[in-house]
Design a protein around this ligand. Structure first.
Ligand SMILES: [Zn+2]
Length: 573
């Protein structure tokens, strides 16, 4: 059997088979059941919404041999001949086709003759606004004094081009564009009957592309079936239509919701393979964020016009309103950047990476990355206290040509000092040697303002002597005599010379003669060396914390599956 295009094969033969247009059908059914018939009907609406289909069904209703009915039998000669397009008393005129315009006048001039076989002589004039003025005159004449056996079924996409005299003599019905949901439901019933495999998203794509026209939808479905080798799947349909696969949008937002940077990047790569229309993707994403916000505010207001209601509600439940607002803003910004960007993919990817990086609760959730193996590692990094000196950049995969510079926080907030030494807390460091000398002269060792640590730091003594000095604590200090205790655990390299070198260094710095005596012993308070280690560790900890809370850094980690070289952290104390 020859293949019959779906639009023809599945053209409804009864009102009950029609998708949508219930407002029109109800009125017609009511009129037919009550035998309250008009002599001229005008069906308006955009192409493919069912104008001529309704008219043909109405022709059957009027001519069914079982009697005028809203449910023609479909079995009688009249019913069958009408559906096969060969019923002698159904005169179809396509006013849009030029060749027939001349014939129209002739046809209309024969209107006074009785129907050959049917109850009514039915004139179905499609695109009636295209009639020539001669034809309109003939039509108008008939409409003014219609013979009882004649019915006019007029259809037009452009009723405003009809003369008012014609309009006023017709019962007018406006057929609405079909909603995507109505189209999807219809396509679904067709495919099930045809036993053709499909996924629902593909049907939504077709429905969106059909823009309200069932005929277009069925024509596209025909193409999709042959394009997809007998299957109707969203990937091939997206390719056929040249539209982005909007399922991708949901997958991307789902990856954001689960803070899964790896998955996000995988999807971005997948999207790029099809060289998609990034603008349309972002526009669609905006509409999804809008619908998610609607879901937060008023869930009932989220309709299924896009076939994604359940998905929108499910996603909305996983993200906070703040997140969605932020994503919407970032998405809008990405859309603006797309226009000026030399690389649309980068703009698109940046938008998504920003969404991931700027999620307010990215750390609160404890899910930094979909790669769960990273989690404990990151935590242990934050807890790490070892100070490491080797500076290295953040490792970014080689494939990334221009890594976004990472601004590692330069200043680290001073950690709250742990009170292990009476020398630690210093309201104001003594800045000049003179001032320090004065203070030293009048203050005993226990003075809280005597800043041993600061003095040792500023003395700038290196080598073994420096090391010795850093491991000493003051035992008794006078203006010109410093008695120090060297930490016995650090005394291996100590010799008497060191005391002289240290004395010279202190004298040099304080610009007066200082005599230094060093005794080895147990040190109970914090030496400058231990204090420096402690502060460094605390600063490192703070640095880690800030580094891992830096959105730019996290965008890199998530976006490029970068690993952070913990050895690269450096702090200067
Ligand atoms: Zn019949």
């Amino acid at each position: 059997m020859a293949y019959q295009v779906l639009a023809r094969k599945w053209r409804p033969k009864n009102f009950s088979e029609m998708a949508g247009q219930t407002h029109v059908l109800q009125t017609l059914i009511h009129a037919l059941e009550n035998q309250r018939l008009h002599h001229a009907y005008l069906f308006t609406g955009t192409r493919g919404v069912g104008k001529t289909t309704v008219a043909r069904i109405l022709a059957r209703c009027l001519n069914c041999e079982k009697g005028i009915t809203a449910t023609p039998c479909g079995q009688c000669d009249a019913c069958r001949e009408i559906s096969e397009g060969r019923f002698i008393d159904l005169i179809e005129v396509d006013a849009a086709s030029r060749t027939k315009v001349e014939d129209t006048r002739e046809l209309l001039e024969n209107v006074q003759y009785a129907p050959a076989r049917g109850r009514f002589k039915v004139y179905l004039i499609d695109e009636v606004h295209m009639l020539s003025s001669h034809s309109f005159n003939a039509l108008l004449k008939t409409l003014e004094e219609p013979p009882a056996h004649v019915k006019f079924l007029l259809a037009t996409t452009d009723p405003q081009k009809l003369p008012v005299t014609v309009l006023s003599r017709c019962l007018q019905f406006h057929l609405k564009n079909l909603s995507p949901a109505q189209i999807v439901a219809y396509l679904q019933s067709v495919l099930i009957a045809e036993q053709i495999e499909f996924d629902e998203e593909a049907l939504w794509q077709l429905a969106r592309a059909a823009a309200g026209s069932m005929r277009d939808a069925l024509t596209l479905l025909d193409q999709a079936i042959s394009f997809g080798a007998g299957k109707v799947e969203s990937v091939s349909v997206a390719s056929l239509l040249g539209t982005p696969d909007f399922t991708l949008i949901f997958l991307l937002i789902e990856a954001l919701a689960s803070r899964n940077g790896q998955e996000l990047v995988r999807l971005l790569g997948l999207a790029a393979e099809n060289n998609p229309d990034y603008q349309r993707l972002l526009e669609h994403m905006l509409s999804v964020f809008y619908r998610m916000t609607l879901a937060h505010v008023l869930p009932d207001a989220v309709d299924n016009s896009e076939g994604d209601r359940e998905r929108v509600l499910a996603l909305a439940a996983r993200l906070s309103p703040e997140d969605v607002q932020l994503y919407y803003q970032i998405c809008l910004q990405a859309l603006q950047e797309l226009v000026i960007s030399p690389n649309r993919k980068i703009s698109f990817d940046m938008g998504l990476l920003r969404m991931l990086a700027f999620s307010p609760d990215i750390f609160m959730s404890g899910q930094l990355n979909g790669d769960q193996k990273k989690k404990p590692e990151l935590i242990s990094l934050v807890e790490a206290t070892a100070s490491v000196e080797t500076p290295k950049p953040v490792e970014v995969p080689k494939s990334v040509e221009a890594p976004i510079p990472v601004e590692i926080p330069g200043s680290v907030e001073p950690p709250k000092p742990v009170e292990t030494s009476k020398f630690v807390e210093t309201p104001k460091p003594v800045e000049t040697p003179d001032a320090m000398a004065k203070i030293e002269a009048i203050r005993p060792v226990e003075s809280e303002t005597f800043d041993w640590y600061s003095l040792v730091s500023k003395c700038n003594l290196t080598g073994i002597s420096g090391n010795i000095l850093w491991n000493c604590v003051p035992a008794a200090i006078t203006a010109d005599n410093y008695q120090l205790t060297l930490d016995e655990q650090q005394s291996a390299l100590f010799s008497a010379d060191h005391a002289a070198i240290i004395g010279a260094a202190l004298s040099d710095y304080l610009r007066r003669e200082i005599r230094v005596e060093i005794t080895i012993g147990q040190v109970l308070s914090e030496t400058p060396a231990t204090r420096r280690r402690r502060e460094k560790a605390e600063a490192m900890q703070a640095l880690h914390k800030r580094f891992y809370e830096d959105h730019g850094v996290m965008a890199l980690v998530a976006g490029f599956d970068a690993t952070i070289d913990q050895e690269s952290f450096t702090v200067k104390i």
